[in-house]
Design a protein around this ligand. Structure first.
Ligand code: GDP
Length: 455
């Protein structure tokens, strides 16, 4: 560890009242700092019995303020890789805050957001892709996200295997250049070509998993459109109602529309609430329509709702014509519980994807399966296969693949070794960025800035 580290402390449980709160202290002085605020009731100090909770009293300015448990994790077997202590006190806001302040008085400093995880990364306990997966987990809104994050080790292992293979290929190419006479290259040209090809194919497939990873973590921007009374609000409620406990509201930043994050199968829909705008008798409806149009422009998925129990109207047709091109559009033939009167052929001429459903007396299962099919790769098992899920990882992997393709081309064209060596080195550097081996400090800071304090 090159950086000199202070001893940090932060509350790791969410703010507010709770049964217990957890304060974490990490750094070279962690044990000394905690000794100033904790007096065990028994004979042993926490670091004399590592990873075992020790009961005692918490002190602030010499006064007992609470009792609780303290667990020590001596370096290097801790989350951060440093000496770490976890203090569990009663979960009141004031008591937790007072104990934290006592730790500051005892020599700890406040931990910036994500600092514990940043230290874990810097001490080599955690790769960058794993750190990013933890950020996803803290923010998870669907079970698929949780599973994806749980499989972070699988991605890290796969990247590590690719990195080591690329390193072997690169050093073999270097040996050819440095000692041309001596035949020191570990690999024959045929072997190098074959392995480079296999590596590029594997990495291209891994890069392709981002389509799935992105749909699961970042989500797909979707909007429900349709003329009044086709059942948009009912569909919206059906979608939002599912797994309502983990639905979250995020007020739009650039517009007033509400965006709801709705897990639909493995996909996370970022559903913009234009449904409400259409349904209401808003006196400034034109404004509402403008917003709906803008939401349509920004969406990747258009859920275009029709009332299947009535013939198509001119308004339906106008809406179909107004749908922006280049988006995935799904026609929802709603009210399937009533006799069908809609002209299906006319809809099929415009939409590749059709779902028949009833928003009031059915389920969203068919829509769910369709979204999975459209936005995720069914061959990938979330939680078991390595899946790329951040734009940063994806961009670096794309650069790696480009450099590998160039190296393969040069090799196949019989170019001299220094030609493809440069490409292999570029690939190595780009791949190293993915898990943080060759990442620059700014990117690291950016990643950890998204964490909360105490993680
Ligand atoms: P919106 O104006 O497009 O948002 O439409 P609403 O969701 O407000 O629905 C309009 C009317 O259609 C309401 O009376 C709903 O109860 C009814 N409706 C919506 N979906 C269905 C459905 O699947 N089957 C039946 N039978 N009625 C529905």
């Amino acid at each position: 560890m090159s950086e000199h580290f202070s001893t940090i402390a932060a509350i790791s449980t969410p703010p507010g009242k709770g049964g217990v709160a957890l304060i974490r202290v990490s750094g070279p002085e962690a044990f000394a700092v905690v000794l100033r605020v904790f007096r065990p009731r028994g004979k042993s100090l926490p670091w004399e019995r590592p990873r075992t909770a020790v009961y005692g009293d918490f002190l602030s300015e010499g006064e007992v303020i609470d009792d609780g448990l303290v667990t020590a994790f001596p370096a290097p077997a801790s989350y951060t890789g440093e000496d770490t202590v976890e203090l569990s006190c009663h979960g009141g806001v004031l008591i937790t805050r007072t104990l934290l302040e006592a730790l500051f008085l005892a020599g700890a400093v406040p931990a910036p957001a994500g600092e514990f995880t940043r230290r874990a990364y810097l001490s080599g306990r955690l790769g960058l892709t794993e750190a990013e997966a933890i950020a996803t987990l803290l923010d998870a809104k669907s079970t698929a996200q949780v599973r994806l994050s749980a499989a972070r080790g699988v991605l890290a292992e796969r990247l590590d295997a690719y990195y080591r293979e690329l390193l072997t290929l690169t050093s073999s190419a270097e040996a050819v250049i440095d000692f041309p006479e001596e035949d020191l290259a570990e690999l024959s040209t045929e072997e190098l070509t074959r392995r480079l090809h296999a590596l590029r194919e594997g990495m291209t497939a891994l890069t392709g998993s981002y389509r799935t990873g992105r749909s699961v973590t970042e989500g797909v921007r979707a909007v429900i459109v349709g003329r009044p009374n086709v059942g948009k609000s009912c569909l919206y409620n059906l979608l939002v109602g599912e797994e309502a406990a983990i639905v979250s509201d995020t007020p739009g930043t650039t517009r007033d529309l509400l965006e709801r994050t709705v897990p639909l199968g493995r996909v996370l829909l970022r559903l913009t609430d234009t449904a409400g705008l259409h349904a209401s008798d808003d006196p400034i409806e034109t404004l509402g329509m403008d917003r709906a149009r803008r939401a349509m422009e920004e969406a990747e998925l258009l859920l275009s709702v029709f009332d299947a129990s009535a013939p198509l109207t001119d308004e339906d047709r106008a809406l179909m014509a107004a749908l922006p091109k280049g988006r995935t559009a799904v026609a929802i033939l709603n009210k399937s519980d009533l006799p069908t009167r809609i002209d299906r052929q006319e809809i099929e001429a415009r939409f590749e994807n059709l779902v028949e459903m009833s928003a009031t007396c059915g389920t969203a299962t068919a829509l769910c399966e369709l979204c999975d099919r459209l936005f995720t790769d069914g061959a990938l098992s979330i939680g078991e296969d390595p899946i790329v899920s951040s734009a940063r990882q994806y961009a670096a992997l794309c650069r790696t693949c480009e450099a590998l393709t160039a190296a393969e081309g040069a090799l196949l064209a019989g170019m001299p070794a220094d030609m493809y060596l440069a490409d292999l080195e570029a690939a190595l550097s780009a791949l190293g960025e993915v898990d943080g081996r060759t990442v620059n400090e700014e990117i690291v800071r950016e990643i950890f800035s998204h964490f909360c304090v105490g993680k």
